[in-house]
Ligand binder design. Sequence first.
Ligand SMILES: [Zn+2]
Length: 399
Amino acid sequence: MKRTLFILIVLLLSVGILWGMKRNSPVVQTAHVSEDTPDVPQPVITKESFSIEEGETFASVMERMGYGYADMQEVLDAGKGIYDFTQIVLGKNFVIRKKDGVFDAIVYDINSEEQAVITKDSTGAFVVTKQDIPYDITEKEVHGVIDSSLFLAGNQAGLDDRTILELADIFTWEIDFATVIQKGDSFSLVYEERTRDGQRGPSGRIFAATFVNQGKEYTAVRFEDPDGGIGYYTKEGDSLQKPFLKAPLKFSRISSGYSTARFHPVIGRTTTHLAIDYAAPIGTPIMATGDGTVIRASWNGGYGNFIAIRHNDTWDTHYAHLSKYAVKAGNKVSQGDIIGYVGSTGWSTGPHVHYEMVKNGVKVNPLTVELPAGDPIKDEWRSSFEEQKKKYIDFFGDR
Ligand SMILES: [Zn+2]
């Protein structure tokens, strides 16, 4: 009896061990497992792409992917509040992903950062989620010298347009990229290069940068503060963000500077020009140079279509000769918001924006007026800032 029980226990244990082995490692042919073979075989992932063609609807793409009307309707319902599949864009793709030949998901890129993912739950019902696009990220350092334009130098250094614009944005409060960039100016930056399935994707964040303009060096470090704010600071910890942008247009040229006496071609006599004129094609977006409230967006004589923004008790800015308005009087605007578009209305000889800064009711020269600096790193964040900066010590170290 005792012996029978013993055998039974041994048998049960063996079954248990075997069961455990079976569950934990599907690969039991240990003889064939070499050191660099993972215990669990990776599923074979296949992807099939369906490009959205001219005149297509979500229903027709679904049909091409092998789904019927009921499936399409179910996905639309499952996507409510997450992504509206009736908004799909011509030329973009739906990708059916299979794992070992079994349906895993249908993926649609909403933009460069997010994708809508259609999966099935255990009951076989469609589920829609929004997910960050999974890029492979490598941190890259590049350097460029400007010969003719920032864009050209950036492209030659291997940067995409988006990163070049972002680089200009980081320094936009210190450097007026519309007017002061010179041959020989240079830049360096550490940024995220992102790839997906071996293809290069849009670049990601810029972590550190320097820009040398006319011999003067500017530095920038990205800092995410403990409250979730993200900003760029000099390597000393001063904010790069000023209450005003240097110019209301991103890229343009000055066609008329600030002057207390100039000959006005339209009115035919000498007058003052207490503003800066930036020439740019009709329709170029005009940005609010600072946070504030629109106090006027209407015709104003020789100014043509005109916008005035009150920023605070001290400061106003004016924008004239617009072709179109993007705001109304009473609207609150943030720095960089598009308020209207370049035109040639009023006393104007060609498309440009006439930009005035008014300090305590007096027009001042936007190019030379001393602007208040942004807040430096808060004392309680200083150690966290120094910690984040440490990663780029070599980057800043050799400059
Ligand atoms: Zn003007």
